[in-house]
Design a protein around this ligand. Sequence first.
Ligand SMILES: [Zn+2]
Ligand SMILES: [Zn+2]
Length: 269
Amino acid sequence: MELYYAPLFSGSSGNCVFVGCENARLIVDAGVSGARICKSLSDIGVRADELNGILVTHEHADHIQSVGILSRKYDLPIYATSGTWMGMEKKIGHVESKNIRLIDPEREFSIGNITVLPFSTPHDALDPVGYSFQLGVSCFALATDIGCVKESWLKYALEADSVLLEANYDPDMLRAGPYPYDLKKRILSRKGHLSNDDSGLAAAKLIGSGTKHIILGHLSKENNFPELALRSVEGILYSEGIDANADVEIEVAKRDAITGLFQVRSGWK
Ligand SMILES: [Zn+2]
Ligand SMILES: [Zn+2]
């Protein structure tokens, strides 16, 4: 059985990633409209009523916009930490009690043949998590909305063959840009987002531990653009002695379209 994933939407304006195998189909976050998510799912051959659940990373609007709507329409369980439930309860509308699934960071659970492991991330939300997904020897990790590079979350991504890694902003664009001072301070803080350079440092560690495929995601619309994110990360890798063209496959997730449907191959590792 193979493990697949597809970033459907990625960026500060809304996030949703499909993860699945033959007997389990999930989405992580639902930060754009339900109609757009259903259309993207159908474009990769998945019907929304076939989903087995929605996993939520945290309660920010770019991750939860249609979580409640999709759960009600397709009778889908929602998996989230108690802090995330507290933060999103009032925003997502009524959810049937059978569809409220509480999860704990660092405690794995299974959906079909996929083993899901949520891990805590440093971000200014109530109890945010990233996720790793394991099927046999294949592993995919999702690590976005992360304030700084730390062993506490990185160790989970290091296990993965393929990682969706945040590269949120270019520090110079952020500092010179139009955001109010408090928002700039929040993004730059250790509970904000990963800069392109942070992302490069994390990518170097991932590649050092065998990760062969990295998708840079959750780019800021105002303070970054795809070529800059890629060039910055490749620059950091180069300074760490890694040839981004030879040692790894790196690409940038699309903001408003499907980036691709990827099979996680342990051969990547
Ligand atoms: Zn976000
Ligand atoms: Zn966030």
